[in-house]
Ligand binder design. Structure first.
Ligand code: TRP
Length: 412
C-alpha cells in the first residue's frame, strides 16, 4: 500500500474530497468558476486546501522586518493565504535570505491585466527584501494541455518573457527561463525533475490533480517540472550548488496543488519545503464568477489594448453592482462586493483613503457606476500605456540577458 501512504501535505485534500465538499466553487490549475456573484468563497477554500490565512500579525511582522508599509495587495487581503511564510521570515531575520520563484504558462500572445497581479507582488517582494528571483515559463505545460505546436508554444513563451521584463525586473537579480530552452541545457535542473518524479506516484497525482487513465503521460509527469524551481539545487549557477536556500512562491491560489506536491517531496529529497503566498483571482469583466480568460477578448483588458479599447470594454462589459435605474441606485446604493469596477479599483488604486471614500459613496448611492468606471479607465490607461512604452524597448538582446543562466548579484 505504499502508494496510499501520502505525506502530510497530500492528506490535506484530494480531488474526491473536493467534489464532496463544495459543488459550487471549482478551483484547480485549469478551472476556476463559482456560482456566487461574489466569486469564490476564499475562507472555505483555505480550509479545503489546508493553507493558512494571512493575518494582521503576519503583516505587522513583515512591516517590522522591512521597515516599510506592506503593499496594498497585502493590506487589502488580495494576497490572502500562505504556507509557512513564517519560515522564510524567520530565516530572513537571522540573515539567511530566501529567493523568489514564480511563473507563467504562455497560453496566449497577449497577457491581460489579471496576469500582472502575481508579478506586481513578486516585484514588490524583490524590491523590499532585495532577493534573487527565478521565473519559469512553462511552454511545455501549454504544449501538453492546449492545442499548440511546439514552435508556437516556444514563440508565446518569448513574447510573454518580453511582457514580464517590461514590468521592470532587474537583470542583475532575475533569471527567466522557458522550460523547453532550459531543460535541454541544465543537467542540474533535469536531475531535480527526475528526482521529484521518482518520489511521486501516479496515484498521488491522480488524487492531487484529478488526472485519469486517459491523460497523456506528459501531463502526468509535468508537475515535477513546476516543482523543480522551488529547490535551490536546481540552479547551481545562481546558488553556487547550495541546496539550503529557502524559497518563497507568490502566485494565485489555483497553483496550490503543484506546491502541495512540492512540499510533500521536499523532506524526502533532503531539501527545504518552499513557502507560498496566494492571491485571489482577478475577476472577468463580466463578474466574479470566473477569472479573466485570455481566450475571450471581451472578458479581459489586455496589455496590448488601446486607450479606446480599454474605455469601450469597461463601459460596455464591466459588471455593475449599481441599481437598475438612477432612482433605484440613489435609494438602495451600489453593491461593491459584486461591482467589477470597484473590484478592479481594489487592485489598481493604491490610495487607501480614496478607495474608502469611493466605497462609502458608491454604497450609499451617491456615486453612480459611471463615476467608478471613469476612474478605473483612467488608471488602467495609464498603467497599460506605461507598460507598452517599456515593452517597446525590450529587444532580443534584453531577452538574451535575462534568460542566460548566470550568477546573479548575490553571493552564496
Ligand atoms: N502553471 C502556471 C500557469 O499555468 C505557470 C507556473 C509555473 C507558475 N511555475 C509557477 C505559476 C510558479 C506560479 C508560480 O500559469
Amino acid at each position: 500500500m505504499a502508494d496510499d501512504d501520502f505525506g502530510s501535505e497530500l492528506k490535506e485534500m484530494n480531488i474526491e474530497d473536493k467534489e464532496k465538499d463544495d459543488a459550487e466553487d471549482v478551483v484547480d490549475p485549469w478551472n476556476v468558476t463559482s456560482s456566487s456573484a461574489k466569486g469564490v468563497d476564499y475562507d472555505k477554500l483555505i480550509i479545503r486546501f489546508g493553507c493558512t490565512k494571512i493575518d494582521h500579525e503576519l503583516l505587522d511582522r513583515i512591516e517590522n522586518l522591512t521597515g516599510k508599509p506592506v503593499h496594498h495587495f497585502l493590506r487589502r487581503g488580495l494576497f490572502f493565504a500562505h504556507r509557512e511564510l513564517k519560515m522564510v521570515l524567520d530565516m530572513y531575520e537571522k540573515g539567511k535570505p530566501f529567493y523568489l520563484y514564480t511563473g507563467r504558462g504562455p497560453s496566449s500572445q497577449a497577457m491581460h491585466v489579471g496576469h500582472l497581479i502575481p508579478f506586481i507582488m513578486t516585484k514588490w517582494l524583490q524590491d523590499t527584501f532585495d532577493v534573487p528571483l527565478v521565473i519559469q515559463i512553462t511552454d511545455d505545460e501549454k504544449f501538453l494541455w492546449k492545442d499548440l505546436t511546439l514552435d508556437e508554444a516556444r514563440r508565446l513563451a518569448n513574447e510573454n518573457i518580453k511582457d514580464i521584463i517590461a514590468m521592470g525586473f532587474d537583470p542583475e537579480k532575475t533569471f527567466i527561463f522557458s522550460d523547453f530552452q532550459h531543460m535541454g541545457r541544465s543537467e542540474a535542473f533535469y536531475r531535480t525533475v527526475v528526482k521529484t518524479q521518482k518520489l511521486v506516484t501516479f496515484n498521488q497525482v491522480k488524487g492531487i490533480f484529478g488526472f485519469n487513465d486517459s491523460d497523456s503521460i506528459g501531463k502526468i509527469a509535468f508537475p515535477a517540472v513546476q516543482a523543480t524551481p522551488a529547490f535551490s539545487c536546481s540552479f547551481p549557477e545562481i546558488f553556487n550548488n547550495r541546496k539550503d536556500v529557502p524559497c518563497l512562491i507568490p502566485c494565485a491560489i489555483d497553483q496550490d496543488p503543484y506546491f502541495r506536491m512540492t512540499r510533500d517531496v521536499a523532506p524526502r529529497m533532503g531539501v527545504l519545503k518552499p513557502s507560498t503566498m496566494y492571491s485571489v483571482f482577478f475577476p472577468a469583466l463580466q463578474g466574479s464568477q470566473s477569472k479573466m480568460s485570455a481566450s475571450d477578448p471581451n472578458s479581459s483588458i489586455f496589455l496590448t489594448d488601446t486607450n479606446t479599447q480599454i474605455k469601450n470594454k469597461i463601459n460596455k462589459y464591466a459588471f455593475s453592482g449599481g441599481g437598475a435605474t438612477i432612482e433605484e441606485h440613489k435609494a438602495n446604493g451600489g453593491n461593491c462586493d459584486v461591482d467589477v469596477s470597484f473590484q478592479y479599483l481594489r487592485f489598481f488604486l493604491d490610495d487607501d483613503e480614496r478607495l474608502e471614500q469611493i466605497r462609502k459613496d458608491y454604497s450609499s448611492g451617491e456615486l453612480l457606476t459611471g463615476y467608478l468606471k471613469k476612474d478605473l479607465i483612467g488608471i488602467l490607461q495609464k498603467i497599460i500605456s506605461e507598460q507598452q512604452k517599456r515593452r517597446a524597448e525590450v529587444t532580443d538582446e534584453t531577452v538574451e540577458l535575462f534568460t542566460t543562466p548566470r550568477k546573479l548579484k548575490y553571493d552564496y
